[in-house]
Design a protein around this ligand. Structure first.
Ligand code: SF4
Length: 107
């Protein structure tokens, strides 16, 4: 997946995850922005460039422990909800993810 596209998908998933949390607690806004910035930063430094696997399939996984746990929570929560909020993007992402997983296994 192209890095700019992955940044877009990750940001949408982060928005879904924090939507209700921020309504309840405005201080969560800074955690959300920090996570978005961190993900964008890691993606911009990705050694695989535009041939990168999905981060979830990556053998390096360059995230630090705190952000890795946080993004896992985001993915678990927002993954299924992407089908409601962004159905076409979610289906496309799912198909590409499966292809990518297969490709990573074959290497
Ligand atoms: S986790 Fe892997 S694929 Fe994702 S940005 Fe880091 S090195 Fe690249």
């Amino acid at each position: 997946m192209k890095i700019y596209k992955e940044k877009e998908v990750v940001n949408l998933m982060i928005d879904i995850y924090y939507k209700k949390k921020i309504k309840k607690d405005k201080s969560m806004e800074s955690e959300k922005e920090d996570l978005k910035k961190y993900c964008a930063y890691r993606l911009s430094l990705c050694p695989f460039k535009d041939n990168k696997p999905f981060c979830s399939n990556c053998k390096i996984h360059c995230y630090d422990k705190v952000h890795k746990e946080l993004i896992k929570k985001v993915m678990r929560f927002s993954g299924p909800r992407m089908l409601i909020y962004h159905p076409l993007l979610a289906i496309k992402h799912l198909i590409e993810s499966r292809k990518n997983k297969k490709m990573v296994k074959e290497k």
